[in-house]
Design a protein around this ligand. Sequence first.
Ligand SMILES: C[S@@+](CC[C@H](N)C(=O)[O-])C[C@H]1O[C@@H](n2cnc3c(N)ncnc32)[C@H](O)[C@@H]1O
Length: 259
Amino acid sequence: MPADHVPATAFLTALARARATGAPDGGLRDPYAERFARLCPEPVRRITRNTAGTPVVVARTLAVDRLLTDLLADGTWEVCVNLGAGFDARTHRLDWPAGCRVVEIDRAPVLDFKDRLLPAADAAVPVERLRCDLRDLAALARLLRPRTVGRRTLVLAEGLLTYLTEPQVRALAGEIAEAVGPGGAWICDVLSPASARTLTTAARATGTELAMHGLADLTAFEAAGWHCERLDLLPTAQRSPATRELPDSVLQLRQAINH
Ligand SMILES: C[S@@+](CC[C@H](N)C(=O)[O-])C[C@H]1O[C@@H](n2cnc3c(N)ncnc32)[C@H](O)[C@@H]1O
């Protein structure tokens, strides 16, 4: 599977993690990122000057690591679903509780490429990789529900929601709610509409169509019974006087017990 079938966004994240891992004060250690970064096509490498950049990706990854590690500490989670898993190497670089397994979902070219460079067989946790376009909710439901319903499930979506429109996020939030049921958790990052516009414009300046979308508030989640129990600000966050306005952040959401 050639690298040019893989969306730029998966490589951009791996590049940022590889750079941070090589830096003396990086704070993040992802020794697997370099496997992907060194095969990054040159045009994608050039985009990095104009997109979120290494510090934001690293802050986001560290925040997701923190929230995930805290959640996993109670040892009761049976399934972790990673939506838009891309080249995320958490299955290989984190400690996982016994009895937990991971389901990674992304488009076929991404996971075909990942299978070659980061075999699931070498992971620290049982992992299954499923090919799906996450805008196709019927396909997602068919894949996900048999693996999650009746099991204590937490969901990750790092760097994904900014590629979906607000109605698509709202629909995905509804499907994830059904798949995880009451008490399920979801860790994801969001951008404000202003930050999404800035990044889209910057990417276009390099001739790259990397359309990003922001969320003004939590409505897309709350409509599906999710409530936000933790919020970690990202370095690009602009604090706003409007209390319901979402800053660039990583969220930990919980599915309402009686939804
Ligand atoms: C910024 S990357 C982040 C990857 C991974 N979560 C990580 O942190 O390394 C975004 C990922 O979302 C995936 N993605 C975006 N839109 C998608 C869709 N509609 N269906 C499936 N995957 C999608 C991309 O293929 C890419 O791997």
